[in-house]
Design a protein around this ligand. Structure first.
Ligand code: HEM
Length: 537
């Protein structure tokens, strides 16, 4: 054969090899869990939902089983919707399933400081997690109780004065509570710039990070080289980064200034500054750790409470039963206290049912595997992105009777709300808080905020559905009544809210007036407008 002939054959052989390689990209490797059919190169990208990902994941879960896989280019994603596999794999083998995937967008937004979202399992994550847990222990949560209690009273007082703004009152309440305990500054009104700035940034982050909302840059890294004019996500990240940094760094600096001037008020950031060297933290890490607490603690409780009110307004029969129970235990001449909760089984069932009906983080946060594992006879390679499909578990009709119906009774007739005959060996009460080593560190604080507010709101008010997103209030609540995103909550709605009696309204006003000394500990930096608001509200 001549030299040119040899070269020609070599090129043909190389071309065939590359072609075969390209055809293999995107195809499901043998041994992976089943899933929807793939296309060469793309894998399942063309079928990936751009919003309400958990709804499609739940449909695929029913079609392909409690564990299924998706191919995104050469990357692999595994979705688990079976409580037994969550327990056997994500919980029991959490040393190899609790890292986080590389999320370039979060890295760009947070300069690599997005602890909850991108910290891989390792020494940095360990010290950040140890630090945040100091703020969330049983003892620390006991210390937060006084401000937690009075912020909950302000939620009642605000609702009494402006019932039509319940939605924003709940947001103010939770954000102000976490701002006070973490950064040492409270927000007496919603219009306060810190609350509105935070909520705005947070909504942008959640929308940007919903899987499917932007091209899969992490699973197809070549996409990061697409010029900005065709890659809108780059500008979005830059914009969010600037806003978020200004907020967290500003709050951190205010706390530092207060410490310098000897005006401490026991906030979490003070502890972090005091133990900065022992914990190995930089000033930027401290600011972003405060930010992580704010993100984790406020948005989640807000969403649960807004869903709770929506369910009460749309289910008058449930509300009437809850009113009856709280009246028998608490009566009308005092406000509920935390100790009452254990005597209110129906209210406890309502709280669980709200978590089940629409979990705040429907697919949890993504995990990443750090070693090859066999799971239920399938091969899960190292580097797989793992999702625990919380919504899919809670809405599986093989596990729950009429899962689309809001029905707290299911938690009175069985421990986990499951239908008769279901094997509950893999169940636990806190699926909605995630799994393995990454399980939410704020369970205690989150639970207390929810218990306190659910009791208070039911004790004080009647909620009646009038106009749910401009649709007939009698139509059952749908998933489209909720926002899309990694963390979700109901879209704004209006409901008619009335105090249950004059006596209860008077108790709320009197408790609010007595709360002033506790509020004032966190009001060092109020603007003149806020001072004026506090004086006249
Ligand atoms: C209703 C209340 C809450 C719900 C439903 C909730 C839910 C979750 C979920 C599903 C995760 C992901 C877990 C995983 O990756 O498997 C998570 C993580 C996290 N949550 Fe919560 N959460 C709540 C309250 C809180 C509170 C009050 C805080 C703190 C102030 C908090 C701070 C965090 C942090 C820092 C992480 C990341 C942990 C890590 O990556 O190691 N959360 N939460």
């Amino acid at each position: 054969m001549t030299m040119s002939g040899l070269l020609g054959w070599s090129f043909i052989a190389l071309g065939a090899f590359i072609f075969r390689y390209i055809l293999k990209v995107g195809s499901r490797e043998t041994g992976l869990p089943p899933g929807p059919p793939t296309l060469p190169v793309l894998g399942n990208i063309h079928q990936f939902p751009t919003k309400y990902t958990h709804i499609q994941f739940s449909r695929w879960g029913k079609q392909f089983g409690g564990i299924f896989s998706l191919k995104i280019g050469s990357g692999t994603m595994v979705v688990i919707s079976s409580p037994r596999i969550v327990k056997d794999y994500l919980d029991k083998r959490s040393a190899s399933t609790s890292s986080r995937p590389h999320i370039r967008m979060v890295e760009m937004i947070t300069d690599g400081l997005g602890f909850a979202m991108i910290s891989a399992l390792g020494p940095v994550w360990k010290s950040l997690r140890r630090a945040i847990q100091m703020f969330l222990t049983k003892e620390a949560c006991r210390r937060h109780l006084p401000i937690e209690r009075v912020e909950a009273i302000q939620l009642l007082y605000d609702t009494l004065k402006q019932p039509e703004d319940l939605f924003t009152h709940v947001q103010r309440h939770a954000t102000s509570l976490i701002l006070s305990t973490v950064f040492g500054v409270r927000s007496p009104r919603y219009e306060n710039s810190t609350v509105t700035e935070f909520i705005d940034v947070q909504h942008r982050v959640e929308a940007a990070l919903e899987p499917g909302a932007h091209p899969p840059i992490d699973l197809m890294p070549i996409l990061q080289y697409v010029p900005e004019r065709w890659a809108s996500w780059k500008g979005i990240c830059r914009d969010i980064r600037a806003k978020q940094r200004k907020l967290y760094v500003g709050l951190r600096d205010k706390c530092e200034a207060r410490m310098r001037e000897d005006r401490r008020n026991g906030s979490f950031l003070e502890t972090l500054f005091d133990q900065k060297d022992a914990l190995g933290l930089t000033r930027d890490m401290i600011g972003y750790l405060g930010g992580a607490s704010l993100e984790g603690g406020s948005v989640t409780a807000v969403s649960h409470l807004q869903t709770f009110v929506l369910c009460m307004a749309c289910h008058p029969e449930v509300q009437a039963r809850a009113h009856m129970e709280i009246d028998q235990v608490v009566g009308s001449n005092r406000m509920p206290s935390l100790e009452d909760f254990e005597h209110l089984p129906y209210l406890r069932a309502i709280v669980k049912e709200v978590h089940r009906f629409y979990p705040v983080v429907p697919m949890g946060l993504p995990h990443a595997s750090t070693s090859d594992e066999m799971v239920d006879g399938f091969f899960i390679p190292k580097g797989t992105t793992l999702f625990m499909n919380i919504y899919g578990i809670y809405h599986d009709e093989d596990l729950f009777e009429d899962p689309e119906v809001f029905n707290p009774d299911r938690y009175l007739s069985s421990e986990f709300g499951t239908k008769p005959g279901v094997d509950t060996a893999g169940f636990r009460h806190d699926f909605h808080f995630g799994c393995g080593r990454r399980i939410c560190p704020g369970i205690l604080l989150g639970d207390t905020m929810i218990m306190m507010n659910v009791m208070n709101l039911l004790w004080a008010f009647n909620f009646k559905a009038v106009d749910m997103n401009k649709r007939d209030p009698h139509v059952p609540i749908q998933y489209t009544d909720f926002t899309a995103g990694l963390a979700t909550g109901p879209k704004p709605y209006q409901c008619d809210i009335k105090p249950r009696s004059q006596e209860r309204a008077d108790i709320v006003r009197s408790e609010f007036a007595q709360a002033r000394p506790i509020f004032s500990m966190f009001e060092h930096e109020l603007s003149p407008e806020e001072k004026d608001f506090v004086a006249h509200w």
